[in-house]
Design a binder for this molecule. Structure first.
Ligand code: HEM
Length: 147
């Protein structure tokens, strides 16, 4: 019963995280051209303030549940990633997830230092967006791609 619970938590946390990043990249970036700069600054301040409150918890659940699933079921394939396509794809997915976490910590650090600017926002959003596309493809691909 614990494994399905972890998987459901993982899926919900992934939904919130991926949904937020996709919204920021696919909606916010195009809305930017239609709104006055001052309104956009206020909007971004509101969104990033909320994201900084919520996302640490979402990431805790995402990584906690992911780690729990690996511990319960997948660590034998992960310690020998070259021996199965599943292990390799899961390993790659976890590496990319680690890089997403790195980007998140980098963004928090930039905010704390008051060094976050529009250029960093765009670079971090785009890179995390591409990471997430690859993570979702790997998360589903590891069950269907075999060699
Ligand atoms: C940015 C971080 C992550 C995202 C967006 C993400 C997303 C996903 C998604 C969408 C699935 C497919 C779930 C399904 O369709 O049922 C999945 C499965 C999985 N994830 Fe993650 N994940 C992330 C991080 C991690 C981490 C850090 C771990 C392990 C340490 C992990 C371990 C797993 C495992 C083991 C599965 C397969 C579960 C199963 O079906 O048995 N994930 N992940």
């Amino acid at each position: 019963m614990i494994y399905p619970l972890l998987l459901t938590l993982h899926l919900f946390a992934a939904l919130v995280f991926i949904g937020t990043v996709f919204f920021e990249v696919l909606f916010l970036e195009s809305i930017r051209r239609q709104l006055p700069a001052k309104v956009m600054v206020l909007l971004e301040q509101g969104i990033s303030g909320r994201a900084r409150q919520l996302m640490p918890w979402v990431l805790l659940v995402l990584f906690g549940a992911g780690g729990g699933m690996v511990w319960m079921r997948y660590w034998p394939v992960l310690i020998a990633p070259w021996q199965s396509s599943f292990g390799l794809l899961l390993g790659l997915k976890i590496l990319l997830a680690g890089s997403v976490l790195g980007h998140f910590l980098w963004a928090m650090w930039l905010f704390r230092r008051g060094r976050m600017n529009a250029r960093y926002v765009q670079v971090i959003h785009t890179r995390v967006f591409l990471h997430l596309v690859a993570i979702v493809l790997l998360a589903k691909g590891m069950f269907y791609i075999n060699w």
